[in-house]
Write a new protein. Structure first.
Length: 174
């Protein structure tokens, strides 16, 4: 409660202390776009990008994340981000299409299935572990292990219901 900044505290710090408070590295949208495309062409970045798309991250969220990170690092301004965002979006879509990866563009108002993403991540990690075990010791017999209850049939915890306050002073305000 007492860790919040006091009013006017930001005015006491040294000006131009953060990257976004200084002039951007790339003022022209073309230069910023070239910088982003060169970064997205790196094999490690392509692998990460396609992996996130396979796990269910939509293209709009990925594009916004890339552009916000560049603004925070002082590479370009927010205005330049808004100009180049459609091109970055289409580049990511084209890369995913070329790789044959199924993805969600994120342009419609869908809710992200975070439980499905978590499950996919755990499943992928489990497969890696099993593959490593197979490589190290040959085929491993997992039949003696007791099968646990499948994830779909596990009981879900009930969300905590917050009790609405009652009384004269407990009315809602707009």
């Amino acid at each position: 409660m007492f860790s919040a900044p006091i009013p006017g505290q930001s005015l006491t710090s040294e000006p131009r202390n953060y990257a976004w408070e200084n002039p951007p590295e790339y003022a022209a949208p073309e230069d910023a776009l070239i910088w982003h495309i060169r970064r997205l062409e790196e094999p490690k970045k392509i692998k990460s990008m396609l992996g996130l798309l396979e796990l269910g991250l939509d293209v709009v969220t990925m594009t916004e994340g890339l552009l916000r990170g560049a603004v925070a690092d002082g590479r370009h301004s927010v205005d330049v981000s808004m100009i180049i965002a459609p091109v970055i979006h289409e580049y990511i879509v084209g890369t995913a299409d070329a790789a044959g990866v199924e993805y969600s563009e994120g342009l419609d108002e869908e809710d992200v299935d975070f439980e499905g993403i978590d499950y996919s991540i755990r499943e992928r990690e489990a497969r890696k572990i099993l593959d490593q075990m197979d490589e190290e010791s040959g085929n491993v017999d997992l039949s003696p292990l007791k099968e646990e209850e499948p994830m779909d049939e596990m009981p879900m915890e009930e969300p905590e219901v917050k009790e609405e306050p009652k009384g004269l002073m407990a009315r809602r305000t707009a």
